[in-house]
Design a protein around this ligand. Sequence first.
Ligand SMILES: CC(C)(COP(=O)(O)OP(=O)(O)OC[C@H]1O[C@@H](n2cnc3c(N)ncnc32)[C@H](O)[C@@H]1OP(=O)(O)O)[C@@H](O)C(=O)NCCC(=O)NCCS
Length: 225
Amino acid sequence: MQPYNKNISSQINIYFTKLPKEFSQSIKKQLQQQLQQLQSSKRRADHVIGRELLKKVIEANTGIDKRKIVFSENEYGKPFINIEDKSIQFNLSHTKDIIIASFSNDIEVGIDIEERNRDFFDIMPEVFTNKEIEMVNQGTHINDRLDNFYTLWTRKEAITKAMGLGLNYNFKNIEFESLELNKLNMLLEWWYYTFPLGSRYIVSVARKGKFDIPFIHEVSLDALF
Ligand SMILES: CC(C)(COP(=O)(O)OP(=O)(O)OC[C@H]1O[C@@H](n2cnc3c(N)ncnc32)[C@H](O)[C@@H]1OP(=O)(O)O)[C@@H](O)C(=O)NCCC(=O)NCCS
């Protein structure tokens, strides 16, 4: 894996790995070994693969052997690493078949991916402002309303994950005014970027400092083990 340019502070790099319906025998074996060492709440294949993706990118950018990389978590569960090179900030998100991680130079970052297929419109009053609910409902077709919903949801989650708080922060404190995709935008001190990944997913990435349109890299599952 090529290192990215850590001298450009406005850069965000996004790496994603697709998960197969069925793991190969060799990956299954390695997953089983690693899963045994985890506490039950983290005993999930997507958790192990997410950590492998993070380690692979961190190793490429710091030269630290990935077997020596140890993760800690803040009080709300946000992972970080204790190494001298503080310029590596990252965050992770998964769906059942994609793991995605964002890397930002120096500044804390958040990322969220969601599959745009499930209707959770009932929770809108708890997480969206009245204006945002109107924006979602402007979609004439259900698929447009789902896209609108997940555009707002992933943005809110990316920002609150950049804060390190996740769902502990009241989503209604953040109000978006547009649903534009593929464009860098700013809300208060937050910069964010929302884009579709393939035809099934919506991703948002966010941090406090301005950044350029992110570079997006796919990493095969085999390259992680
Ligand atoms: C973080 C949170 C928003 C993720 O929700 P989600 O949509 O189900 O999950 P995603 O796939 O997008 O993200 C999960 C990843 O986010 C990261 N994450 C976890 N907590 C986080 C936080 N507070 N801030 C930023 N990132 C966080 C982890 O890497 C996690 O993956 P892992 O479980 O494999 O380590 C939600 O779980 C949350 O709010 N958690 C906080 C719970 C809490 O306060 N726990 C305190 C005790 S640890």
